[in-house]
Design a protein around this ligand. Structure first.
Ligand code: PLP
Length: 407
């Protein structure tokens, strides 16, 4: 059975549901899950051609799998890139990016506020192979400019940051990287292509942890690099078919189905997050709210421009406290008083999650590093899910309203 060819120029909401591989001979309406490690070859000569890359066709799932291909095509359609390569996790996408682009003697400029494991990959693991990284301010483009060297090959950014939601100017970084002969990769985990498409602002690669909003329901670990055919097919794929940081077909299928509801989930979660942020601002026991959708956010206008007018679904806030010790005690009280929110550091789930960054995601930093990063003991991060907003407000109010009665 031949599938109908999709018209060109479909809207993103349609691509999220329709883009990907064509149905099989059975005409299944939902995407098939090809849960197989290998593929039977019609004859020895065809096998020879496929293994020699002279003919298209699946051979072995480390090299390629139709369910994984379908997920890659759908994600590339959403990001507006020519191609995408799925990986076993978000972190293996960053590892594959580095393995593909960097050699001993190369230099990287990276925001100092990126995801903790990303920071460690550049600072510790790539350093072992002779790749040097300079960490710079998330928001001050002058620091990126000053860090550029003749051997700089890569700029790496993530926006907004976790947990303080600082925004970097993708277009400004792309221009600077390209003028210096470097490429720009942007981790788009927090916004997803439903809000922000970094290549439209000049980025060369988009990194995803599919574990977060792409799956959207907290079920699987997954990742991807989106970029041009040239890099995906000629640089990243040859490494990954050998190194094997591939996405399992089952997880690819889960993410494929997750992307169908990405846009409506993101819109609903962003709307609720904005309302929550505005409500938090009015709470006497909240000292500060970090949310790009608020006019008081230092990069509010940039965020609105880059993120389709939406602030994202992650809201962080400081509880009012007289010092670090009281801050931690009060933050723990608010977290432990919740009965609906899940106390976990994951995000991008339909279930609202609540976390204390200073003792979890950022617990390995020294107190001085944490202070420099602005992550205090009174800071709480909430990643808004799809529950009724009123129930989440009541859940936070439970602890916030009686803070003054704590010893
Ligand atoms: C979770 C996360 C990652 C890592 O993704 P995994 O799928 O857990 O490997 C990378 N970047 C950001 C911004 C994340 O939130």
């Amino acid at each position: 059975m031949t599938a109908k060819k999709l018209p060109d120029n479909l809207h993103r909401d349609t691509l999220a549901v329709r883009a990907g591989i064509a149905p099989s001979q059975y005409g299944e309406n939902s995407e098939a899950l090809y849960l197989t490690s290998s593929f039977v070859q019609p004859d020895a000569e065809t096998a020879r051609k496929r293994f020699a890359n002279e003919e298209d066709g699946y051979t072995y799932t480390r090299v390629g799998n139709p369910t994984v291909t379908g997920m890659e095509q759908r994600l590339a359609a959403l990001e507006g890139t020519e191609s995408a390569m799925a990986t076993s996790s978000g972190m293996s996408a960053v590892l594959l990016l580095g393995m593909g682009l960097l050699r001993a003697g190369d230099h990287v400029v990276c925001s100092q506020s990126v995801f903790g494991s990303t920071l460690r990959l550049f600072a510790v693991e790539f350093a072992k192979f002779g790749v040097e990284t300079t960490f710079v301010s998330q928001t001050d483009v002058a620091e990126w400019r000053a860090a550029l060297k003749p051997n700089t090959k890569l700029f790496f950014a993530e926006t907004p940051t976790n947990p303080l939601t600082d925004i970097c100017d993708i277009a400004a970084l792309a221009e600077l990287a390209h003028a210096g002969g470097a490429l720009l990769a942007v981790d788009n985990c927090f916004c997803t292509p439903a809000l922000q498409r970094p290549v439209e602002f000049g980025a060369d690669f988009v990194i995803h942890s599919g574990t977060k909003y792409l799956d959207g329901q907290g079920r699987v670990v997954a990742g991807a690099i989106c970029g041009s055919h040239k890099y995906v097919n000629d640089v990243f794929w040859p490494i990954n078919r050998t190194a094997g940081m591939v996405l399992s077909p089952f997880n690819a299928w889960v993410v494929t189905k997750g992307m169908e509801t990405l846009a409506i989930r993101m819109r609903a979660q962003c709307d609720a997050a904005l309302a929550l942020a505005q409500w938090l601002q009015q709470q006497p026991n909240v000292a500060h709210v970090y949310y790009p959708g608020l006019a008081s956010h230092p990069q509010h206008e940039l965020a609105m421009r880059q993120q389709s007018g939406l602030g994202g679904a992650v809201v962080s806030f400081d509880v009012r406290a007289s010092g670090a010790e009281q801050g931690r005690k009060r933050a723990f009280h608010v977290i432990d008083s919740t009965q609906v929110c899940s106390v976990t550091t994951n995000l991008g789930d339909t279930k609202t999650t609540i976390a204390h960054p200073a003792t979890t995601s950022h617990g390995r930093l020294t107190e001085a590093q944490r202070q420099a990063a602005g992550i205090g003991q009174g800071l709480i991060r909430v990643a808004m899910g799809l529950e009724h907003l009123g129930d989440i407000q009541a859940d936070l109010a439970r602890g916030l309203h009686n803070l003054n009665t704590l010893s």
